[in-house]
Design a protein around this ligand. Sequence first.
Ligand code: S2G
Ligand code: ZN
Length: 465
Amino acid sequence: MTDPAALAALSTLVDAGKVLTDPVSLQAYGTDWTRHYAPAPSAVVLPRTIEQVQAIVRWANRHQVALVPSGGRTGLSAAAVAAHGEVVVAFDQMNQILAFDAVDRTVVCQPGVITQQLQRCAEEHGLYYPVDFASSGSSQLGGNIGTNAGGIKVIRYGMTRNWVAGLKVVTGSGELLELNRGLMKNATGYDLRQLFIGAEGTLGFVVEATMRLERAPRNLTAMVLGTPDFDAIMPVLHAFQGQLDLTAFEFFSDKGLAHILARGDVPAPFATDCPFYALLEFEASTEDVANQALATFEHCVEQGWVLDGVMSQSETQLRNLWKLREYLSETISHFTPYKNDISVTVAKVPAFLREIDAVVAQHYPDFEVVWYGHIGDGNLHLNILKPGGMDKNEFFARCAQVNQWVFEIVQRFDGSISAEHGVGMTKRDYLHYSRSAEEIACMKAIKAVFDPNGIMNPGKIFAPE
Ligand code: S2G
Ligand code: ZN
């Protein structure tokens, strides 16, 4: 734990009352959405300015104190968990939208801006911030950048990194770097901005971001299609991609749907019970596009790939169809799920799914398995639900035993053991299934450049040396 004299010195660097050590704050700020580790920070500090962040980092270097970044605390790999007496640096005070430029279509944000706040700012200007996911109402932009958040629109708009036009970061040495400054074109050497996006706070803190916006989509329309099995989902994707510019292509299993319908606040999409469901979205910008979608639906039914389906006819119905997918994470969270967030290239999904599903059925016969995810970009969320009476740690240990088989298949398919949730602490012991020893050595060398004293979120991405 950090010694009292050092904490007293820390208090002089920020506004009065912005170093918290009470148990409630330590518990709340020291964790994220994972439940694998007990939060145990020694303090929480809430800077208001970039200069205060720099002073905190220089203080941490002087006192050899580890710093853990904390945004909306919605992370899913324990990247923002402080379990070893670190000092949490929380950006709740740096939550302002600083500027909007109509010509460049950019918004300058502080790291504590809530994702939904940025989405609404874009809408107010008739534009669109196209990175969206279930936790956007509480996640912060700094955390989205730290994990290169993906979500439900990646198939059309890409990940968070595609929308960062400029980044101000405070490195692990306390230096302020202003990266790319909002330029669309800038061929002046290494694009250091991209190193900090997805680095999970292990190189430095995001202290300001210039985010690009997109034109607003027109008449977004969703379809939910019931399929007879896993294998039918990808031909449906290809059939629709051949005719429409999809803005989303998601899937979920019948078990996932059952948990959603059990809530009682979301209507079933249609009467037919199906083993799997695809949710797709597109801009019905003209009547022709909507008719093309219906024609493609008919084609899929004729091919036996689809058993039943529905297309949204209103904004309300569009939102209700999305609830079937977007409510899954929060709905099953009551079952302390063991989560896998794996990805392969889209062409490999059918063979990959077959192998993973066989291994899961073999090793988890008595656990409920809920499949869902962004299958249109090759990203699958495999959630194993904890049986009611089972101890959490025993359950996680049972699930971790299967990781070896699951990740060996991921490795064989050149896939990723973490598609969008990051590595943090929950996946760091499996990093080698997706990154070579040479790559990991390069990443560690880069960390040494930006964080020479190893104070920036140690133990995340890489196990402690
Ligand atoms: C999703 C959210 C977190 C999870 O719903 O797409 O990324 O895996 C997830 O429940
Ligand atoms: Zn996801």
